[in-house]
Design a protein around this ligand. Structure first.
Ligand code: C2E
Ligand code: MG
Ligand code: MG
Length: 562
């Protein structure tokens, strides 16, 4: 007889089997190969795509629970055992969980023969490979797989209520990088101990990815309005105490995010993401703080992610839905249109027409502004080349994002396109928005100075909204200052705004810089600002931004009467 194949008396087997099944985290099984009948521990029914623990037509059922890619391998093994050509079952493969995702299992079985020497039973156990490591070695807390099985139990209770509190260590990566992993582990353990003391057996604590821990609290005291906040503050106080005990050798803080559940809540992966999201919000709000999950904020966050994804697809699909509009800029002295500012528009099938104020920050956050920025430059420059044939002085203004300056070789791109199109630098102007980053970044300063070396025109956009520091305007060799429309909006009513615009204009002129006013909408505003002698005006009074074709028909080479 082959090793591992034994004869066995099967009486009272089922009773013993059920009892044994309750004593282990593994799943025990008996497979009657001749009747195609299968029995597995009851716990497996909750975990995997199985509707009952004992079933006939086992081959079909096994095929259904097996991850499709792994079925052939499993089937060949079982067939070999039935045919008597294979004597062992010891495999690692995947079963589908009750929610349909694959779970790695290790399955080992012993074969029992009947009186004729044919395979009759396979008896064995299935271990979830991910569960082997149940406790986290650093903190002594449960690891994530345990969280899932605990939550799936809570999910089934109709009367459930409670909360999840996710706690994260602020700047943990920097702590690890600066003081080493062993020190980082010490902090994790300290904080886990603080959490343990505060939770005090009333809830369960799990170590999540990286520096995060999650508390699951069922049925908290009804008297508190936001018990998760209270728990967070207790933990924070404990952490502060432990830092103070250590003599403030190092300092660190924690943030917390919570989400509540009750009988109506679907406790699934999305639900845990909500606690994670609340923690993320706490970090955005300056860290060392607590945030309770807010549905509207979460939906906005998800919408932004979806929109970013649509933008990515649009870029990949040859900039589908992007278009440049052009808004005339009027030369006041010459009473004619000097040129136009190219302004990006985006029309999406899902989100419709989205405002640049909404989608440009998303392009910037995702880095997509770099390819889109190249597309804008090329498209606007081609347009300029065309219009320049009708008006040799025509100038197109192109907006450059700070990200383009910082993260791409923007000068190289500009040189390339201008050479290709034989454009002269006097026909293009680049607008850069005033921002703190612009002033602080030494590198950006160098890049902007290299614009000057190449004789490229630069404007500072939205002037007056940021630092409004004329020294750096001069240092960075801007040619034009565009005063932000927020000053023009109230200029007929506000003496203060009028004086600010007047002072800005005089100062700019004294530094040999030209001035453009943005956002002039009414004839009253126009009359008012003309007293201040700007060089250029851009605003709805003259024209709104329009598609290239419309610009060509209505504004190109047209004298502007006013
Ligand atoms: P910006 O560069 O300051 O552009 C001027 C904005 O003011 C444009 O808004 C324009 O439509 C609007 N505007 C002009 N005149 C008036 C007026 O009289 N009244 C009012 N209420 N608004 C007026 P838009 O097109 O929505 O663009 C908003 C911002 O988005 C731009 O401000 C710019 O910062 C950014 N942006 C637009 N296109 C691009 C682009 O191609 N690249 C980059 N990096 N940013 C862009
Ligand atoms: Mg602009
Ligand atoms: Mg502006």
């Amino acid at each position: 007889m082959q090793e591992g194949i034994e004869k066995f008396n099967f009486e009272h087997f089922h009773q013993v089997f059920t009892l044994l099944g309750r004593c282990t985290e593994d799943y025990l099984f008996v497979y009657d190969l001749q009747q195609d009948l299968y029995t597995i521990s009851e716990a497996a029914v909750e975990r995997f795509s199985l509707s009952e623990s004992t079933f006939y037509q086992a081959t079909d059922r096994l095929q259904a629970v097996c991850y499709p890619d792994d079925w052939q391998m499993l089937q060949e093994n079982i067939q070999g055992i039935i045919d008597g050509t294979v004597y062992e079952h010891n495999m690692e493969y995947r079963w589908l969980s009750s929610s349909g995702h694959p779970i790695w299992i290790s399955c080992r079985g012993q074969i029992i023969l009947d009186d004729n020497g044919k395979a009759k039973y396979m008896v064995g156990r299935i271990t979830e490979l991910g569960r082997r490591n149940i406790i986290d070695n650093v903190t002594g807390l449960y690891r994530e797989p345990r969280l899932w099985s605990d939550l799936s139990k809570i999910a089934k209770e109709p009367e459930k209520h409670g909360y999840l509190l996710q706690v994260g260590i602020d700047n943990f990566k920097e702590i690890n990088d600066k003081y080493g992993k062993a020190y980082g582990d010490d902090i994790l353990l300290t904080i886990a101990d603080c959490v343990r003391v505060c939770v005090n057996d009333e809830g369960s604590i799990y170590r999540m990815d990286g520096d995060e821990m999650l508390v699951v609290m069922e049925k908290p005291s009804a008297s508190e309005v936001d018990p998760a906040r209270k728990l967070y503050h207790r933990i924070r106080q404990k952490v502060d105490e432990s830092i103070s005990k250590s003599g403030y050798q190092h300092f660190y803080t924690i943030s917390g995010g919570s989400v509540y559940f009750d009988g109506q809540t679907d406790i699934d992966e999305d639900f845990i993401k909500q606690a994670e999201f609340a923690l993320h919000q706490a970090k955005i709000k300056g860290k060392n703080t607590y945030v309770k999950y807010n549905k509207e904020e979460y939906e906005l966050f998800v919408k932004r992610l979806d929109m970013q994804e649509r933008l990515r697809q649009a870029v990949e699909d040859n900039f589908r839905g992007f278009e440049l509009y052009y808004q005339p800029i009027v030369n006041i002295e010459k009473h004619k249109i000097l040129g136009a500012e190219a302004l990006l528009r985006w029309q999406d099938e899902v989100f419709g027409r989205v405002s640049p104020a909404e989608f440009i920050p998303l392009l910037e956050e995702s880095g997509l502004i770099i390819p889109v920025g190249r597309w804008i430059m090329k498209t606007a420059m081609k347009q300029c080349q065309k219009w320049q044939k009708e008006d040799p002085d025509f100038r197109v203004n192109i907006n450059l994002s700070f990200i383009q300056l910082k993260k791409s070789d923007v000068i190289k791109d500009i040189d390339g396109y201008m050479d290709e199109l034989h454009l002269s630098s006097r026909n293009i102007l680049f607008e850069v928005t005033e921002s703190g980053e612009l002033e602080e970044g030494n590198m950006t300063k160098k890049i902007l100075q290299s614009f000057q070396k190449r004789n490229l025109n630069l404007a500072i956009d939205d002037f007056g909204t940021g630092y409004s520091n004329f020294r750096y305007v001069k240092e960075m060799m801007f040619h034009l200052v565009k005063i932000d429309q927020s000053f023009i909006r109230n200029i007929t009513q506000s003496q203060y705004d009028y004086m600010v615009v007047k002072q800005f204009t005089e100062l700019a002129h004294s530094l040999n810089l030209q001035v453009c006013y943005e956002g002039v909408e009414t004839v009253e505003e126009l009359q008012c600002v003309l007293e201040l002698h700007p060089d250029y005006i851009q605003g709805y009074y003259f024209a709104k931004p329009v598609p290239a074709q419309e610009f060509e028909e209505n504004y190109l080479c047209k004298i502007q009467g006013f």
